[in-house]
Design a protein around this ligand. Structure first.
Ligand SMILES: Cc1cc2nc3c(=O)[nH]c(=O)nc-3n(C[C@H](O)[C@H](O)[C@H](O)COP(=O)(O)OP(=O)(O)OC[C@H]3O[C@@H](n4cnc5c(N)ncnc54)[C@H](O)[C@@H]3O)c2cc1C
Length: 386
């Protein structure tokens, strides 16, 4: 099947299953697992997992296009469907062969979800201060602590948990934990303001035991940073998808609303705003695709795992996420004014799109955090400046 056929399938899925059902997806009802099952029926679930583990092995460049289409329909659905890329890429690069076989193959075969648990209340973005601990007890690893936010954990097959060594507080480990491991408790689901089709939980571990070889190889914080490269680019792609949708709903509205005896789309101010949106959307798309190509080029190297350990965060992944998050937010803000008072009601989808797109500048590093990271890594060392 070609890329354009796959994109056609995704567009059909969005048109058939999502558009027009925004109210249900925005209701914070139970996570729409039946909807995800219907996505799985397209054969595209976990589309990036390498072929050797039974996946399609699609690259990030194509993933940008897929995610933009999914987010055009619903950013929460898109987030739920692409976020496992964070977990699987950490396992794919830094898990033992046995671990990959145990977790990645069945994930693809059963068309399931997985989750990553890093964030904690007290530590915030200073992840080096996390207090979830891991200790070795004979053949097992034992986890204790609470993770503030974890998307999809309740219905995931397994998780990767970032924990601090109980014996050596300067050591961090990424541990693979089956969802049904005893001692793992889902405390609550958060009532989020946007992306309400996704489900994010607070999760606790109390004497939670897993086999000793469930740890990934390497510093857990560094592995998380590497895993975030792909998902940050896809958060940017999600902002792109929402921005494209906003442009289109503005156009639809402008055709039905009349001003001075003509449709609003004939008004120069309205048209100029749409022209501005198109310029912004075009640059967002180019930035997402450039970041994805850079990611794919590294991922294709036989020594990718080693190169990524050295590199850590990819500059263009950070800048794509920041740029697209900020630009989509500007577009959403401008667009919400363009509907007048009706745009401030739940009768129009623009309010949902505005709430949904807010996540792009917050999740996986708020902009203050990413600005600081870009400054430290890519401004201070002069050789890394563009
Ligand atoms: C819907 C949702 C889903 C999520 N899913 C997951 C998930 O699956 N797994 C997971 O691990 N986490 C998840 N998260 C957590 C998310 O990634 C974090 O909330 C996000 O990165 C922001 O971090 P924080 O909440 O720790 O806030 P902080 O980053 O601590 O921010 C709090 C304040 O401190 C400021 N601040 C922090 N650091 C700096 C700095 N260096 N310079 C200047 N100011 C700074 C911020 O600007 C802000 O004002 C999710 C969150 C949400 C809302």
């Amino acid at each position: 099947m070609s890329e354009s056929e796959r994109l056609g399938i995704v567009r059909d899925f969005v048109a058939r299953e999502i558009l027009g059902r925004e109210g249900i997806l925005d209701s914070l009802a139970d996570a729409p697992l039946a909807l995800y099952e219907r996505f799985a029926e397209t054969g595209l679930m976990n589309w990036w997992v390498p072929k050797e583990h039974g996946g399609l092995g699609l690259g990030l460049e194509e993933s940008v296009r897929i995610v933009s289409e999914l987010a055009y329909g619903d950013a929460g659905v898109a987030f739920t469907l692409f976020l496992p890329v964070l977990t699987t890429s950490m396992i794919g690069w830094y898990g033992s062969e046995e671990l990959k076989e145990r977790f990645l193959g069945p994930l693809v075969a059963r068309r399931g979800f997985c989750a990553t648990l890093g964030s904690e209340h007290e530590a915030g973005s200073e992840l080096a201060r996390i207090s979830t601990t891991v200790r070795r007890d004979g053949d097992t690893l034992v986890l204790d602590g609470t993770k503030a936010f974890s998307t999809s954990t309740d219905f995931a097959r397994f998780l990767v948990v970032i924990a601090r060594s109980a014996d050596d507080p300067a050591r961090y480990t990424a541990v693979t934990v089956p969802r049904d491991a005893p001692g793992l408790r889902v405390d609550k689901r958060w009532d989020v303001i946007g992306m309400r089709a996704s489900a994010t939980y607070q999760v606790s571990f109390s004497d939670c035991r897993v086999p000793g070889d469930n740890a990934l190889n390497g510093n857990g914080l560094r592995l998380l940073e590497i895993g975030l490269n792909a998902s940050r680019i896809l958060i940017a792609a999600s902002a792109l998808g929402v921005a494209r949708r906003i442009r289109d709903v503005c156009m639809e509205y402008g055709k039905t609303k009349s001003l001075k005896g003509a449709p609003l789309v004939k008004d120069g101010v309205f048209a100029g705003r749409l022209g501005q949106f198109e310029m912004q959307i075009d640059v967002m798309a180019n930035q997402c695709l450039a970041a994805a190509r850079a990611y794919d080029a590294t991922a294709a190297r036989p020594d990718a795992a080693r190169v990524l350990l050295r590199q850590g965060a990819q500059k263009s992944a950070l800048t794509a996420k920041m740029f697209c998050g900020q630009t989509a937010w500007q577009i959403a803000s401008t667009a919400s004014e363009m509907f007048g008072g009706i745009g401030y009601t739940h009768d129009m989808v623009i309010g949902k799109l505005l709430r949904d797109v807010r996540h792009a500048s917050i999740i996986e590093g708020g902009d203050d955090v990413l600005r600081d990271l870009v400054y430290q890594r890519f401004v201070v060392p002069t050789a890394k400046r563009t």
